[in-house]
Design a protein around this ligand. Structure first.
Ligand code: SF4
Length: 298
C-alpha cells in the first residue's frame, strides 16, 4: 500500500510555489490588462469535443502546478484512511489529522475500535464535530470489518459502500489511495470546480462522477481528483476564487467570478501557495509546504 501518485519534479515544484511568490499569471486570451467582469453577451456554444480538449488541457496544467497533489489525510494503512475519511465529513482535513494520532493509538485495529467504550471514542473524536454520529459509524464499520471481512478493509466498491457511514465518495478515496484502484472523488470542491469549468452541469455527485469519468482515461481519475481538490482548496475557493492568481485562468469560463487583481488575488491563496502550512502533520517527502501543527499547538 502506498499513497498513489505523489510525484514531483524540481521544475514543476518551482512553478507551483512560484504561483504564490510571483504574479506572472497567464491571462485569458481576450483580456486587455484591466480586471474584467464576465461579458453579458451570450458566449458562443462550445462543442463537446472542444470542451473535452479544454478539460484535458486543464488537467495537464494542474499536473504542472500541483505535481505533489496527494490525499491530505494522514494515514498508514487502508483502515486508517477509511476512518479518517469518515471523520472528514463537515470538517477540515487538518482537524482530522490533529485528531487521529490519539485515535489510532487507542484503537489501532477494527477489532479494537469495534470494542470501544462509546463515550471514550466520542471524547477523542469530539474536535471533528458530529462526534456521536461519527462514533456510531466508526464502531459499526469496524464491527462489519471484523465480522464480515476478517478484520481487513475490502478493496471493492460494492463491499465498501455496504459499510455503515461509507458512501461512494469515501469508498473512492479509499480505493484510489489505499488500493491503487482508479476512482473519481466528488466532494464539494470537485463538484464546484467542474461546474465552473463547464465540464458538467450535473449537481448530483453520482452523475457528476459518471460525466467526468467519460472525459478522462481511467488512469487519470485518482490524480485528477487530487489536483482539482488542491486547486479548489488553494486558489478556486467557493466564495472568493483568486482568479487574478490562477494559472488556468485562460482556460476557465468562470474567470472573473472572483478577484481578478493579481495583488489582491495573491492574498487569497491558501496553504503552501499562500506561504502557510498544509493540512498534513506528516506530508509526503516532496511536498513543498510545511507540516501542520498538532492539536493544541495553535
Ligand atoms: S473561477 Fe477563477 S480561480 Fe477558479 S479556475 Fe476559474 S479563473 Fe481560476
Amino acid at each position: 500500500m502506498g499513497e498513489q501518485g505523489v510525484r514531483s519534479t524540481k521544475k514543476a515544484a518551482k512553478r507551483a510555489t512560484g504561483a504564490a511568490a510571483e504574479t506572472e499569471v497567464p491571462r485569458p486570451a481576450k483580456q486587455s490588462g484591466k480586471p474584467t467582469k464576465r461579458s453579458s453577451k451570450p458566449a458562443k456554444q462550445e462543442s463537446h469535443l472542444a470542451m473535452v480538449r479544454r478539460a484535458r488541457r486543464i488537467n495537464r496544467e494542474l499536473a504542472e502546478v500541483y505535481p505533489y497533489a496527494h490525499p491530505e489525510l494522514d494515514f498508514r494503512n487502508p483502515f486508517e484512511l477509511l476512518v479518517a475519511t469518515v471523520l472528514s465529513a463537515q470538517t477540515t482535513d487538518l482537524r482530522v489529522n490533529q485528531t487521529t494520532p490519539a485515535l489510532f493509538a487507542a484503537y489501532p485495529t477494527p477489532e479494537d475500535m469495534a470494542a470501544a467504550v462509546p463515550e471514550k471514542l466520542e471524547e477523542i473524536i469530539r474536535p471533528t464535530g458530529f462526534f456521536r454520529a461519527k462514533a456510531r459509524s466508526l464502531m459499526g464499520l469496524s464491527a462489519a470489518l471484523r465480522d464480515d471481512f476478517g478484520g481487513e478493509v475490502p478493496g471493492r466498491l460494492s463491499d465498501l459502500v455496504k459499510l455503515p457511514g461509507v458512501g461512494r465518495k469515501t469508498a473512492n478515496v479509499v480505493l484510489g489511495n489505499a488500493f491503487g484502484v482508479p476512482g473519481i472523488t466528488v466532494d464539494t470542491h470537485f463538484g464546484r470546480l467542474v461546474r465552473r469549468w463547464k465540464w458538467t452541469e450535473q449537481e448530483d455527485p453520482e452523475k457528476v462522477e459518471a460525466e467526468i469519468a467519460a472525459i478522462f482515461p481511467k488512469s487519470e481519475w485518482t490524480m485528477l481528483s487530487h489536483r482539482v481538490v488542491f486547486h479548489g482548496r488553494r486558489i478556486c475557493h467557493s466564495r472568493k476564487p483568486a482568479c487574478g492568481a490562477c494559472p488556468i485562468a485562460a482556460l476557465c469560463p468562470a474567470y472573473g467570478e472572483g478577484e481578478t487583481d493579481p495583488e489582491k488575488a495573491k492574498k487569497l491563496l491558501k496553504y503552501e501557495m499562500g506561504g502557510y502550512p498544509g493540512q498534513r502533520l506528516s506530508p509526503p517527502p516532496d511536498y513543498p509546504g510545511s507540516p501542520a501543527p498538532p492539536l493544541g499547538a495553535g
